[in-house]
Write a protein that binds this ligand. Sequence first.
Ligand code: ADP
Ligand code: MG
Length: 396
Amino acid sequence: MTKKVVTDLDVSGKKVLLRADFNVPMKDGAITNDNRIVQALPTIEYLIENNAKVILFSHLGKVKTEADKASLSLRPVATRLGELLNKEVKFVAETRGEELESAIDSMEKGDVLVFENTRFEDIDGKKESKNDPELGKYWASLGDLFVNDAFGTAHREHASNVGISSNLETAAGFLMDKEIKFIGGAVDEPARPFVAILGGAKVSDKIGVIENLLEKADKIIIGGGMAYTFLKAQGKEIGHSLLEEDKIDLAKDLMARAGDKLILPVDATIASSFSNEGLEGVVSIDDIPADMEALDIGPKTVELFAKELEGAKTVVWNGPMGVFELENFAKGTIGVCEAIAKLDDAITVIGGGDSAAAAMQLGYADDFTHISTGGGASLEYLEGKTLPGVASISDK
Ligand code: ADP
Ligand code: MG
């Protein structure tokens, strides 16, 4: 089903409620990384240019007690947004009531207002996080139209996304639209061949993703810590490498179902301890010593994976190939980034928090078609689940 996008709405002169993902990292009342605010700018700027009255809101952190409120106010976000837009941004330190309503009533076309952390409503009965119908209806009553640009919370059914949408015409913001197009599109209607690359720490975190992509992808490449449970299931010695004993049977079953669709590492970079200095070198996958652990795929595996990627038209990647946080064990992840960067006219998508961080930190952010902004939400999307925050957007 095609979803409405903000450009499908007639926003001029309208009070437009805009749910953004302003859940930024904070330390001592200061924002430590404003990337999420920057990512929200295209939709905000579009609405300003098109003469809407822009009413912004978001959750920030988890609000459990009155005391949490002091450190989790959206005020610093409103201030930073004002700097980025080079424009006055009014902040209302309330989530409902007369002050908020009259501030909205006095807005002019092109004005921007931010109201307080939606999770301030959680103190009294989790109204936001449990999608209290009265709260969604109330927030909806504050505007004429709703734009949902918070993909990061799309896997949650909250009052500030689903609750408002059940009362008001809703469109996706530009960020949300990109996620639907690239993550949703890659999984639902991939250009083929479609190659999935899975890695990261644990099989157990990714069972849903593996199961879904096994059906949809033409090839599944497995690296990272999770590969060793598969290799163990093949009867190999894996030393102290990551192992989930209780997932060995599942791994066997997945390998049997996947047949030659599934590609595993052929060599590994091993270590005597889980540290950068622990590096011991590269061994064939059949020769991992019993007292060592594999912290990265080896160069032959990078070569193999690069060959398997050749000609791919869709690539979905979740999970680093090794412990990329340690320089000596980042080569596998770098190698796969390089191989993906070389692909011609392929749609290449990264989902997952650490995978996105790896690509950015290693300097390959520009080599991908899309890097998802939503960790948990992108994983559930890759699992083939319906995300309530996406489903609740009005159909075109
Ligand atoms: P994502 O957040 O993208 O879904 P995960 O959280 O599943 O990814 O996995 C990321 C983590 O996996 C990283 O911190 C990385 O260090 C770890 N990892 C990757 N390969 C290995 C390995 N061979 N041994 C131990 N940990 C690994
Ligand atoms: Mg992670």
